[in-house]
Design a protein around this ligand. Structure first.
Ligand code: DGL
Length: 250
């Protein structure tokens, strides 16, 4: 049985946890929500690196064999410093799914919704550079999306109006693929899909990240599949919203 440590700035990483559990239903999970310091989106890279180190120490102290950085913003800011600081620990990161969107688009326009931190990260900029000769990539920060999810507002008039403000510019540009570049956003996917209409496909990278977790555990020879399932939730702030979202993915 593997112990899989997962962290995010809040409840968003539970969208990744949900997919990993589908692939690996018999492991021990330890999830840390840094919700006292959420959102990460507008914080400096140095701040996020410090938080990521502190949380990694906590998860390793709980016996994690692998760490899933279930946060695009923390991946952009901190995964290379984490890998350098803990060379023996396998880390899995998040990256906006530009490739499948670029390969699938019919209009030649793809939209990326992410935090400001993710959109200015070098990893994303490199990926974007590889595809932008072939497709037009339009971006928008999902303004207020993280706050909605942390408040547990996943649908209804308020969610619709907040989502519409950031989504509409991408639709107006002709995007027929919308990449969810923040792990909080899949909890708003029903609203995003409804507003975008049936011709637009919304892409959540979490299933691919779950498959990657399976591969990396195997590569490191970490046995899986033989233990009772368990999950422990930890948080630096209030438990309420995390528990609400956790109920949705359980
Ligand atoms: N869920 C995170 C991400 O994927 C962080 C959002 C935030 O805290 O701003 O980017």
């Amino acid at each position: 049985m593997a112990t899989i440590g997962i962290f995010d700035s809040g409840s968003g990483g539970l969208s990744v946890y949900r997919e990993i559990v589908k692939q690996l239903p018999q492991e021990r999970y330890v999830y840390f929500a840094d919700n006292a310091h959420c959102p990460y989106g507008e914080k400096t890279a140095a701040y996020i690196q410090e938080r990521a180190r502190a949380i990694t120490d906590i998860l390793l102290g709980m016996g994690a064999d692998i760490i899933v950085v279930a946060c695009n913003t923390a991946t952009a800011a901190a995964i290379s410093t984490l890998r350098a600081a803990y060379p023996d620990v396998p880390f899995i990161g998040m990256e906006p799914a530009v490739k499948p969107a670029a390969l699938g688009t019919r209009t030649g326009v793809i939209g990326v919704l992410a935090t400001a931190g993710t959109l200015k990260g070098s990893k994303y900029l490199n990926t974007k550079g590889r595809f932008e000769d072939d497709v037009h990539i339009v971006e928008h920060v999902g303004e207020g999306f993280v706050e909605l999810v942390e408040k547990g507002i996943l649908d209804g008039p308020e969610a619709e109006s907040v989502v519409r403000a950031s989504l509409q510019p991408l639709l107006d540009a002709g995007a027929d693929r919308i990449v969810l570049g923040c792990t909080h956003y899949p909890f708003l996917q029903p609203v995003i899909e409804r507003l975008a209409g049936p011709l637009v496909q919304v892409i959540d990278p979490a299933p691919a990240v779950a498959r990657q977790t399976v591969r990396i555990l195997a590569e490191h020879g970490i046995p899986t599949g033989d233990g009772p399932f368990s999950v422990d939730l930890y948080f630096s702030g209030e438990p309420d919203s995390l528990q609400r979202i956790f109920a949705l993915v359980s």
